[in-house]
Design a protein around this ligand. Structure first.
Ligand SMILES: Nc1ncnc2c1ncn2[C@@H]1O[C@H](COP(=O)(O)OP(=O)(O)OP(=O)(O)O)[C@@H](O)[C@H]1O
Length: 768
């Protein structure tokens, strides 16, 4: 790499780039205005016509709206690069593609294949390029340029590393953290580019140590795939699964800042609609709940709810009632009987349908009510044809005693009810679990009724939902028709409101009332794919990205795979950071049951987050706990060596304050062992706001800090972190590698051997 240009040449180059960049912004403004105008015209055409015309209009409007959102998202840093090849051709690279009125390209979208040399050219293999230029802008002004002239003869072997645009990269990495991950289109590295542009089909595993840009590369991959396979993915959507809601918020700005708003972000605990699980299981329960044998246990639990009576079924129904004091009283009853064998046949036939439990219940009820109606006809000595019997059966269903008796044999079940009762009632758990789990394992599952849902429960709920199916019962049908009535009433109100608003705003000539009301409501017709997908448990996504994937249990993988029948997946993680007792020991173990050998792996080897001095300490931890894994190599050195201070001499609050003062406007995390989290969080009451990402100082457990990063990190009681579970060593490795600038370890004597590079020093803030 060669820094070129004298000062005059630099000023001239800046001016020339400014002229071009200003042209680009003018073009962006024109394109935006045109798109906005077209969108207004589509809206003005109104929402009438055939259903197909309405739908087509919705689609056109959605396309223009998406383009407008994209054009609005790219204002900052519209153009960030330029490449020149040996034939004298120049391309400008930006966050979106732009063409002039003659359809000549003015700016190439970073995801287009023409932009690829910008990311993959290295001094050793520059391809056709003679120069790569990074262009830095602020508010439409070019404020700097950074040239790399590819001149192989003058490159050392070390410089042939895959990094590109080192000056631009390092400047980005040294910035203070804001609590939110940002996009990195201008500085994507070659090894990351391979991940981003890898093909859509099949499962791609991105394995890499902490800070190697796995998350950021996976998110840019989502943007790339949506660009390169828009037709497929727009219809089916892309789902990004993270470990928790804080992480989803942490990464939530990246895709919108790249102009992509059509991606569903979900944490594992939210993947089952209607449940938001945040509680965690103890290690023993986590292991059992995550074990694939639990699929069998849930299946057995469902079968256990499909019963036959011990003997014959007997149900008393009222024959004569009278009103006494305004209350209906039964004065004569008749007992109906169904032979045990008939009950068994009804159950077996319903099971034989191989339909989900709630759907098969219909057949069971029909058969049982038919048998009861036949018995009633015999007892009353009333000959009945098939139509009479059907009528009589419907009449019998009106009796509470009949409903109760049949519900007890084959109840209508929700996943929540099934799993809650299974885990809280020994009489339900024992028969379902005993063929598959040991007594000790079943014991680990037991918990009180209506306990909060844990992360390990969510895959069980999903499994149950598959087996129970949609709610097909009379109650559900009644609920649906009530829903329809409610919607019709709502619609009438909306049209009334629309008429009033249109009169006040004199909009009568632009749109009709129905179209205006449509615009204002969630009809579903103009919901985006992402909206529809997020509401539907059975939605089949076009591509799924799983981050911190090493934490997923075998049961969680079953849940993920249901959402992506094509198995088009990006699996992002680091086996060395597995903290969950039910998590992955190898990618093959987790993926092969679902994709066989059809998965490929890319490895990321360079750490962009943690300075080399801190990474040296982390490497010792890794060597002690997982010697077979190699740590990534840091791309830069830091300014402040990491240090250890004894707890006995440290005022933790004072220490955090001085650390925070040292990082200026950045973010500080105190990472504590699980058992001491509450005690330590109480020392920082002001950090107890709504969102730990917005707090300048926040207290985390290792698990909740996963995937995040902070300018300064204070790790408290590393010995307790090491001891807190069988994966304590991995936890310590994760905690240490969250820091981008400063690391302080506050230890209870003695300092664990594996941290011996942190020469204990006197605490800078002594206890009062
Ligand atoms: N090419 C790049 N240009 C600029 N910054 C980058 C680049 N690659 C990674 N980074 C930055 O490095 C940091 C770490 O990235 P990221 O969180 O994606 O790593 P990770 O591999 O997912 O880490 P972990 O396994 O610890 O969760 C982030 O701040 C990210 O923005």
């Amino acid at each position: 790499m060669k820094q070129c240009q004298s000062e005059t040449a630099r000023v001239e180059a800046l001016e020339a780039e400014q002229t071009y960049v200003s042209r680009l912004y003018r073009r962006l403004d024109v394109t935006r205005e045109r798109t906005e105008r077209t969108l207004r015209e589509v809206f003005a055409r109104g929402g009438t016509g055939t259903r197909q015309a309405v739908v087509e209009r919705e689609i056109t409007a959605a396309e223009h709206a998406r383009r407008l959102a994209q054009l609005s998202a790219v204002e900052r840093g519209l153009c960030f690069g330029r490449i020149d090849d040996a034939d004298g051709e120049t391309l400008y690279i930006g966050r979106v593609g732009l063409r002039d009125d003659d359809h000549e390209s003015m700016l190439v979208d970073w995801r287009a294949s023409a932009a690829r040399p910008f990311y993959v050219a290295t001094p050793g293999d520059p391809g056709p390029l003679v120069r790569r230029r990074h262009i830095h802008t602020r508010d439409r002004q070019v404020v700097g340029i950074d040239d790399e002239v590819f001149d192989l003869d003058r490159m050392s072997e070390r410089d042939r590393r895959t990094l590109v645009g080192e000056a631009a990269l390092l400047a980005t990495l040294r910035r203070g953290r804001t609590g939110r991950m940002g996009e990195v289109v201008a500085t994507i590295q070659t090894e990351q580019d391979r991940v981003i542009r890898s093909g859509l089909p099949g499962a791609l595993v991105v394995q890499g140590g902490p800070g190697t840009g796995k998350t950021v590369a996976a998110l840019h991959r989502a943007a790339y795939l949506l660009y390169a396979h828009r037709a497929t993915l727009e219809r089916r959507g892309v789902l990004v699964i993270g470990p928790n809601a804080t992480f989803s918020r942490y990464i939530g700005h990246v895709l919108p800042s790249l102009g992509e708003t059509e991606v569903v972000l979900s944490s594992l605990g939210e993947l089952y609609p209607g449940v938001c699980a945040t509680a965690e299981d103890g290690p023993a329960a986590a292991v059992v709940k995550g074990d694939p044998r639990m699929a069998k246990v849930v299946e057995a639990a469902v079968r256990d709810r499909q019963r036959v009576p011990y003997g014959d079924l007997e149900v008393a129904i009222p024959v004569r009632t009278s009103l006494r004091g305004g209350v209906e009283v039964v004065v004569e009853e008749m007992t109906l009987r169904v032979d045990h064998e008939v009950c068994r046949r009804a159950r077996d036939r319903a099971r034989g349908l191989r339909r989900p439990h709630n759907a098969a219940r219909r057949l069971f009820l029909t058969e049982m009510l038919g048998a009861l109606a036949r018995d009633e006809a015999d007892r009353l000595d009333r000959p009945m044809d098939a139509a009479d019997l059907r009528y009589a059966a419907r009449g019998l269903w009106q009796h509470r005693s009949v409903r109760d008796a049949l519900d007890a044999l084959w109840p209508e079940l929700t996943p929540q009810l099934l799993i809650d009762e299974l885990l809280s009632d020994g009489d339900r758990l024992r028969p379902a679990a005993s063929p598959y789990l040991s007594e000790e394992e079943s014991g680990a599952l037991a918990r009180p009724r209506t306990s909060p849902w844990t992360l390990g429960d969510v895959p069980l709920l999903d499994e149950a939902a598959e087996l129970l199916g949609e709610d097909e019962t009379a109650a559900a049908v009644a609920h649906r028709s009530a829903e329809r009535r409610r919607r019709a009433e709502e619609r009438a109100e909306e049209e009334l409101y629309a008429r009033e608003v249109m009169t006040v705003n004199e909009l009568g000539d632009v749109m009709d009332v129905a179209a205006f009301a449509d615009r204002n409501r969630d009809t579903g017709a103009h919901l985006t794919t992402a909206d529809r997908a997020a509401r539907d448990r059975r939605w089949a996504y076009g591509h799924v990205i799983v981050d911190e994937a090493q934490e997923l249990s075998a049961m969680a993988w079953r849940m993920v795979m249901r959402r992506v029948p094509t198995r088009s997946l990006t699996v992002v993680g680091d086996i060395a950071q597995t903290g969950s007792a039910a998590g992955a020991r190898s990618w093959g173990e987790m993926l092969e049951p679902h994709v066989g050998g059809r998965w490929r792996e890319e490895r990321l080897l360079v750490n962009y987050r943690t300075p080399a001095e801190i990474m040296d300490v982390a490497a010792d931890v890794l060597k002690a706990v997982m010697p077979e894994q190699s740590p990534p190599e840091s791309v830069r050195y830091g300014d402040t060596p990491p240090r250890a201070v004894p707890a006995s001499e440290t005022d933790l609050r004072g220490l955090a304050e001085s650390e925070w003062a040292a990082i200026g406007d950045g973010r500080l995390a105190v990472i504590a062992p699980d058992a001491r989290h509450a005690e330590i969080a109480a020392l920082f009451p002001d950090s107890d706001g709504d969102d730990p990402l917005d707090a300048p100082v926040a207290v985390f457990t290792v698990r909740s800090s996963k995937g995040l990063e902070f300018d300064a990190v204070v790790v408290v009681d590393p010995g307790a972190i090491l001891r807190q579970s069988a994966k304590g060593g991995q936890d310590l490795y994760v905690a240490i590698t969250r820091a981008t600038r400063r690391l302080t370890v506050v230890y209870e004597d003695p300092l664990p051997e594996m941290l011996s590079k942190l020469t204990p020093r006197m605490a800078c803030v002594m206890k009062a």
